[in-house]
Design a protein around this ligand. Structure first.
Ligand code: NAD
Ligand code: IPM
Ligand code: MN
Length: 332
């Protein structure tokens, strides 16, 4: 990591709509007056096509020298031996907590997803007639994700532990450990089976505040939650570890709309705001979120939200509000 002074951000635009939404996020950061040193890295399908490797070991070294990473999206290459870049980064940087906030006019909840183990253990045996994936739940992994969830829940209402302990014995350890941490931290909590949680997210999402769950459940529930608040294109995430972090919208590279100029940039913009918050620039993060909310309230929306605006117009409007605000502040 770099020392004091201007923070170094590795920027992985990636594939599909990744570069489109990252360009938006960077334009908004600039309009918000963020001072950052950007290190662009070509990683993903684009790189794989050129070199046969989506991510090289040198990239990992460069990333480790930066303060954090801003990522667009990466298309999974059509290679049976492909090792996911995102999973590699999450493991190599030990980004164990995936924090995914969901907001709309009447909803505000956060999914805290364990990010390094569970069904993403990478322990797999692949055969022609039978394949296996080992689901790994550890006490340490459960403890640290429960702590991260309690850090958030402490200043909110309640924690809900989401699991499938009626079937998966590995989830008994997850549930028990999360309960112990919540008790010790004095956080109000309940728990719910993941199938019921999927249902309740649709019929009664207001009941949720902070949810903590294992890796794959968190992956699936967060796309569902994105649908509940209106679009995948609105939602951001922070992948955080003890001293490193990677920020990305929760959506993928959306090949169906790539290159059309209609991708919703808000998930990437909000990811940039989460990055500024993590970097200690809370005021910049708050101003970006306020500008996003104003843009949505004024109906400046991409087609996924039923609007008619393109990526560029939404970006220009968010940036314009921030510059306007900057202007009026400097006149005071
Ligand atoms: P996806 O998230 O890319 O798209 C799902 C649907 O949501 C599509 O209809 C898409 O058009 C829409 N959508 C997504 N983002 C949007 C946005 N910003 N604005 C408007 N609409 C948006 O999921 P997929 O199609 O299943 O995956 C495509 C590729 O992305 C796959 O190769 C997958 O492995 C990869 N992926 C990468 C990441 C990542 O890098 N973080 C995350 C998820 C999927
Ligand atoms: C996400 C994505 C990734 C995941 C994929 C692309 C490896 O879906 O960040 O939600 O499954 O974690
Ligand atoms: Mn996902």
């Amino acid at each position: 990591m770099s020392g004091e002074g201007v923070k170094k951000v590795a920027v992985i635009a990636g594939d599909g709509i990744g570069p489109e939404v990252v360009e938006s996020a960077l334009a908004v950061l600039q309009a918000a007056g963020a001072e950052l040193s950007l290190i662009p890295l070509e990683i993903g399908l684009c790189r794989w096509k050129r070199t046969g490797a989506a991510l090289a070991d040198e990239d990992l070294e460069t990333i480790k020298e930066c303060d954090c990473v801003l990522l667009g999206a990466i298309t999974t290459p059509p290679d049976p031996d492909y090792q996911s870049v995102l999973l590699r980064l999450r493991k190599a940087l030990d980004l164990y907590a995936n924090i995914r906030p969901f907001r709309s006019c009447d909803l505000d909840f956060i999914i805290v997803r364990e990010n390094t183990e569970g069904l993403y253990s990478g322990l797999e045996e692949v055969g022609v007639e039978e394949s296996r994936t080992l689901r790994v739940i550890t006490r340490r992994g459960s403890e640290r994700i429960a702590e991260a969830a309690c850090d958030l829940a402490a200043s909110r209402q309640k924690l809900t532990i989401v699991h499938k302990s009626n079937v998966l014995r590995s989830d008994r350890l997850f549930l028990q450990t999360c309960r112990e941490v919540a008790e010790r931290r004095g956080v109000l909590y309940d728990d719910m089976l993941v199938d019921a949680a999927a249902y309740n997210l649709v019929v009664n999402p207001q009941r949720f505040d902070v949810l903590v769950t294992t890796n794959l459940f968190g992956d699936i529930l967060s796309d569902e939650a994105a649908g509940v608040v209106g679009s995948l294109g609105l939602c951001a995430s922070a992948n955080v570890g003890a001293s490193r972090a990677l920020f990305e919208p929760i959506h993928g590279s959306a090949p169906d709309i790539a290159g059309k100029g209609i991708a919703n940039p808000i998930g990437a913009i909000r990811s940039a705001a989460m990055m500024m918050e993590w970097l200690g620039e809370q005021e910049t993060a708050r101003r970006i979120e306020a500008a996003v909310q104003r843009v949505l309230a004024n109906g400046v929306k991409t087609p996924d939200l039923g609007g008619r605006c393109g990526t560029a117009e939404v970006t220009r409007t968010v940036a314009g509000y921030l510059e306007e605000e900057g202007g009026s502040l400097s006149e005071e």
